[in-house]
Design a protein around this ligand. Structure first.
Ligand SMILES: Cc1cc2nc3c(=O)[nH]c(=O)nc-3n(C[C@H](O)[C@H](O)[C@H](O)COP(=O)(O)OP(=O)(O)OC[C@H]3O[C@@H](n4cnc5c(N)ncnc54)[C@H](O)[C@@H]3O)c2cc1C
Length: 148
């Protein structure tokens, strides 16, 4: 029998930290939009990197976002975390240098973290990269465990 258990905040953050890839959901005018993104945990925030485009435009218009990650084991076990939070840009401006460099350094710990951020169809024009953080307001986690 499989049982579903709640995960505490520490377990949730640990899964976010190990996941490296999350599904970032944002919404504008009642329309949800979800894309896979590379991410890292910095303190209690999630940090990421992006080119300009729809998700950045939507998150600027409505900073309320959600990130989901999951992990499956070889049996029926799995772990899944949903983090609700607020999008904040880490601009390339005086006053943000320390936070921006910290984010860059945490993200750089995953090999070639910057490559997927450039995944755009060739026809789309290239713009400057931006760093952002998701300040977590609420986090929930569930895991499935094989019982007897
Ligand atoms: C493993 C992986 C890791 C990634 N990591 C990052 C990352 O760290 N940072 C980052 O910015 N991007 C990352 N991407 C790419 C990301 O998923 C988006 O495709 C990309 O960022 C463009 O999003 P946008 O909103 O700027 O789209 P735009 O270029 O503005 O295009 C918007 C249009 O394209 C469609 N579209 C956009 N992305 C996708 C998609 N993935 N699948 C289907 N349709 C799509 C939308 O529905 C919309 O119609 C990653 C992708 C993968 C597969």
């Amino acid at each position: 029998m499989t049982v579903i258990l709640e995960m505490d905040r520490t377990e949730c953050l640990a899964l976010l930290e190990s996941a490296q890839l999350g599904r970032l959901a944002c919404a504008r005018d009642g329309q949800p939009y979800v894309v896979p993104v590379s991410m890292a945990v910095m303190g209690e925030d999630i940090v990421g990197f992006s080119l300009e485009g729809q998700k950045v435009e939507w998150m600027r218009a409505n900073p309320k976002v959600c990130i989901q990650v999951d992990e499956f084991d070889k049996g029926r076990g799995w772990r899944s975390v949903v983090a609700y939070g607020r999008f904040e840009e880490l601009p390339d401006r005086i006053g943000w240098k320390v936070e921006r460099e910290k984010a860059r350094s945490v993200l750089a710990q995953s090999a070639e973290w910057w490559l997927p951020g450039g995944l755009k169809p060739v026809a789309k024009s290239r713009t400057s990269p931006l760093f952002f953080r998701i300040v977590i307001d609420e986090i929930t986690g569930r895991r499935a465990q094989q019982g007897d």
